[in-house]
Design a protein around this ligand. Sequence first.
Ligand code: ZN
Length: 288
Amino acid sequence: MEIEDGEYSSMRVFILGIDALEYSLVEEWNLKYLKQKEYGKTIVPLTKTGVGSHPATVVVWSCFITGKEPIDMGYETIKIPKRDKLDDLYWSIKTRFPKSEKILYYFHRKKRSTTPTRSNIKAPTLFDNPNINSIHMHIPVYDNDAFPEYRGVGTYRAVSDKYYRKIYEKGCLKEFDERTEEVYNLLDKDWDISMQYFFLLDGIQHVFFHNKLKIMDYYMKFNNFVANLTKKIDDDDIILIISDHGQKKGIHTDYGFYSSNIKLNLKKPKIYDFKTLVEKMVYENNYN
Ligand SMILES: [Zn+2]
């Protein structure tokens, strides 16, 4: 990453974390409010899954808020091994009855993996800096309410079940309205850094991957939202848009997206670069 002569003169940084916002679609539809003054792809960590290596939401966002690569952030996979009291028992059974290993492995494995939570993030985050007054809403892993009810099994079900698809989309619309409202409510509050996270665009693209017009509708919603927000913020407020990965035909792409309403002069930034950058913007301007 290189920073040259950025125009840092801000009081507050609005971070909009938009899951699965695809660089090439923003480009194709020329969504100028999502592009802002500077935009581009970002380099994000890839996580091994059953079907290859992809950016994983629960890993990438934690890397973003800590400014660390997965290994230094605290975890590298979607499921985290959990050591429990049964470990020793299983070990003794296994060593006495070697043939039991397969069946123990099956039960043990089920018990042993867990989805990451805040306690798995070992590095300090943007929100732990005592010198910065921050607000965070629905951040994956860090807050445990990032993913709305309709997600999870719902995404798979919505792909094949026409009736359920309508319920799923209603959930997406509700999430969009609630989370944009929360951002508007920040305008009159006192803080240095705020971050809001939106899941729905990932869900919409997984479920409606065959319907590009529908997907465009949702990109337009975000474009209009940023247009509106841009009109309402103070002159020196910064809006930073970040995605954890893009999506094409229902499959995650291997790069993220960023944009900023001021020139940052970033060249191929890594997702780990932004924490220090944001802290600098706020700290140097508000506390020096
Ligand atoms: Zn996804």
